[in-house]
Design a protein around this ligand. Sequence first.
Ligand code: S3P
Length: 436
Amino acid sequence: MIIRKRSSLKGSMTVPGDKSISHRSVMLGALSEGITEVENFLMGDDCLSTISCFRRLGISIDNDIANKRVTIHGKGLDGLTAPNDVLDVGNSGTTIRILSGILCGQKFTSTITGDSSIRKRPMERILIPLRQMGADIADMNNDTFAPLFINSSSASLSAMQSNNFNHVLKGIHYISPVASAQVKSCVLFAGLYADSITTVTEPAISRNHTELMLSYFGASVNAEGTTVSVLPRPKLTGRRLSIPGDISSAAYFIAAALIVPNSELLIKNVGINPTRDGIINVCRMMGADIKLENIRNYGSEPVCDIYVRHSSLKGIEIGGDIIPTLIDEIPVIAVLSCFADGKTVIRNAEELKVKESNRLEVIVNNLSNMGADITATEDGMIINGGKPLHGAVIDSRMDHRIAMAFAIAGLAADGDTRILNPECVNISYPEFFKIL
Ligand code: S3P
C-alpha cells in the first residue's frame, strides 16, 4: 500500500464498532439465557475469532456481516459444551485472555491457542490469578505462553465437595501488578463460576467495558476507584445492544485531520468512555482544535460526534494513570508528536513491548526511518517534533495499529510511504484504507 502526501482532508464519516465491546457482547451473550442482538458489531478478524471460538463451544451465532448485526443464542452460565477441537483465537489477545477465565469455570477440558504473535504474548498475567482461584490451567510448554491447556478434573472435585454446580472456582481478591482490562476481565469472568465474591484491584483503571456490560446483562458488580467486584452465579439475560464507534479507530482520522493542512472532519457516533478517551485529552493538551458534539448514551456507554480541524500542536509529557486510557493510541500519538513544536515525552508505556508487536521498538524504528528525531527509553520514547518526515518503507510487523498509524504519517510526509502487509488492518478496521 502506497500513501502520498495530501493537501487537505474533508468530510463526515463513521468508524466501525468498538472492538473491546464487540468481543464482550459475544461472551456475555453466550453466557446469558435467551437471545442477544447486537448492532454495529465490528466484523474485524479478532471479533470473528471470538465468534468462531463460541460456536466451537456449542453456541449458535448468526452473523449478518453486511448489516453488522450479530445474534447470539445464549445458553446460560452452564450452557457451553466441550469443543471438538483446539480453540483458535487467531491474533486476538482479548479473546485468549478473557475466554481462558471462562474456560476455567467449565466442566470440560479445553485447549486454547492462537497465531505466532499470540504464542509470544505473556500469559503468566492470567495464569497466576486463575491458579489462585483453583483452576488447573497449564502452559503446554511450561514457558508461560500459549497454547494453554485447561483441565476440568481438579476443580470438578472441589465442585462435587461444595455443591452441585458443575465447576466451582474460589473467589479471590486479586491485586494485579498491571493495569490491564484483559487480566481484570479474565478474573471477573472466572468469578462468575466462583464460590464467593471475586475482586480485582489494579494500579490504575483500565477500560471498564466488562464491568458495565456484566451489570447490563444482570450480574451484581461493584466498582469503586481501581477496585471492582462481581458476585458469583448471576442469572444473565440476553439483551439488545448497539455498539459505539471505536475511539481507537477514530484516533487515526483525528490525527490525520490535525496534521494534514486545511483539514476538517466530523467523525460521528464515537464511544468516549472515560477509561478510553485519553487520546482526546492528549489532543487538547497539545493544543488541538477538537470538539465533542451531541454527547449522548448508547446503553451504558457515552457516545458523541467528534469535530476536528488542522491545528498547530505543541509537545507535551504523557505518563501515569492516563496511559491505560490511550494504550492502543500510542503509535498514532507518536506520529502526532512529530508534527508538534517541541519535545514530547511518553513514560510508563512498557506494556507496548508486549502488544501484537513490540510497539515501542517498531514505532521508534519506523519513525526514525521517516526522518523523525525520536529516541526509545526504558518505558516509552522522547520525540523532538517539527522535523519534516519523508516517506519510507514501513514494516508493519503484521500489527494493525502500526500499519494504520504509519499510513497517517504518510499523509503528511514528503514522497511515498509504502506500508508492508497492509492487510493486517483487517484485525480491527477492515475498511480503513477504503475510508482513508
Ligand atoms: C483490551 C485491552 C487492552 C488493549 C487491547 C484490548 C480489551 O489490552 O490494548 O487492544 O479489550 O480488554 P491490555 O488489557 O493488555 O492492556
